[in-house]
Design a protein around this ligand. Structure first.
Ligand SMILES: [Zn+2]
Length: 385
């Protein structure tokens, strides 16, 4: 395919100041949604514990069945449904209303709802598996359940990362092997220069849901691939796409996915250990039968939630470090800082990404460096050559 017929703007892009104003207001609203969503976990779990409803619920489901697996499943189902109902307005606001208001979403409410339901079904299945396993282990090996649980979570994450591009992502997006020949030739050359085998470059139909551009390295082992959104492929120049591809290639060269899995698993293990200490010290004082009493689930959720929130800046700092290194890789591999900068400018305009969210927000919430920092890196690279 030639550049003709593509909806491309070959002019050197500039930061759209009007879009930046919208980006700031969008970011502010999204942070409020994030805060509400996070707070709701604590409010919900805290209320179940303080009101005695948690114990009451366990007593009720225990009357329905004597089987421990059934009791855990029934309790977890009611716990989860209550949480989903409580947070549904926040999910609609953050997932549908705000992106629609800012012309980022291309979905109808019906389409969004189908995706939401699919996501819910997946997390309910994984959640149930996790809760059943955790409470079984708490009963079987009370002192070490957190360690075994952490190891199982690591193995599960490895399997899930491997399956994601072939089993999970296709539930939401179509992926097809990239067929733009001249572009593919460019990308293959870049990959062979790096002496790495990329198992495939795919085009994903992001435009079915969003106007925003994105790209990713996905999968593990035999499913590993670089995925580029059609929202980028149809609107960016080949040189710009090449720099984005090179960034993803950088993640591959540096083995960032396996490293991320290890770091996330270490943080998870720390969280589970702290949760086990909290359960040990509070469970028996608070009227539960034992730590393995499913009525302690809100306490477990609270402990994991607090540790998760505290660990978030650590995980984000680690991620930003990897992202910066992938940016540097892209600059070196393509030798084209101008195209890299232009791609960043387009992303900021198109995705309503805030150029500069401020140091504190970036430290706490950003898993990528701010666009301003990424542009500055490209300019430094250009000057330093
Ligand atoms: Zn990246």
């Amino acid at each position: 395919m030639s550049a003709m017929g593509k909806d491309r703007d070959d002019q050197e892009p500039r930061i759209d100041l009007d879009r930046q104003k919208k980006a700031r207001s969008y970011a502010r609203k999204r942070r409020i949604v994030f805060f509400l969503d996070t707070a709701m976990v604590y409010v919900y779990a805290g209320a179940l514990l303080a009101s005695g409803l948690s114990l009451g619920l366990r007593e009720t489901v225990a009357r329905l069945s004597g089987n421990q697996i059934v009791i855990v499943a029934l309790y977890a189902a009611v716990f989860y449904l209550g949480y989903v109902a409580l947070t549904y307005p926040i999910a609609v606001l953050g997932g549908y209303v705000l992106p629609r208001q800012h012309s980022l979403s291309t979905q109808t409410f019906g389409e969004w709802s189908v995706d939401w339901a699919k996501g819910l079904a997946i997390s309910a299945f994984i959640g149930l598996l996790a809760v059943e396993t955790a409470y079984y282990l708490m009963g079987a090996i009370p002192g070490l359940w957190w360690l075994v649980m952490g190891i199982l979570a690591l193995l599960f994450t490895v399997v899930l990362t491997n399956l994601a591009p072939i089993a999970l992502v296709p539930l939401f997006f179509k992926m097809a092997v990239l067929s733009d020949e001249s572009l593919v030739r460019r990308l293959v050359r870049l990959a062979s220069n790096a002496k790495v085998k990329v198992r495939g470059v795919y085009r994903m139909n992001l435009s079915s849901k969003t106007t925003a551009a994105n790209a990713a390295l996905m999968g593990l082992g035999n499913t590993r691939r670089i995925v580029l959104g059609d929202t980028m492929l149809d609107r960016y120049t080949d040189e710009e796409i090449e720099t984005v591809f090179a960034h993803e290639l950088g993640h591959h060269v540096h083995a960032d996915i396996p490293r991320s899995i290890l770091v996330q698993s270490a943080l998870m293990l720390a969280g589970l250990y702290v949760a086990s200490l909290v359960l040990d010290s509070l469970a028996l004082r608070s009227g539960f039968e034992s730590v393995a009493d499913i009525a302690t689930l809100p306490l477990l959720a609270l402990a994991l939630g607090v540790v998760g929130l505290l660990a978030m800046p650590i995980g984000n700092a680690f991620s930003r470090w990897q992202e910066r290194r992938a940016d540097l890789y892209a600059l070196e591999a393509t030798g084209n800082p101008r195209a890299f900068r232009n791609a960043m400018v387009r992303i900021a305009n198109q995705n309503l990404a805030e150029l500069d969210p401020g140091a504190l927000i970036e430290f706490l919430l950003y898993d990528h460096p701010s666009i301003r920092k990424r542009i500055m890196l490209a300019e430094e690279f250009e000057r330093g050559r």
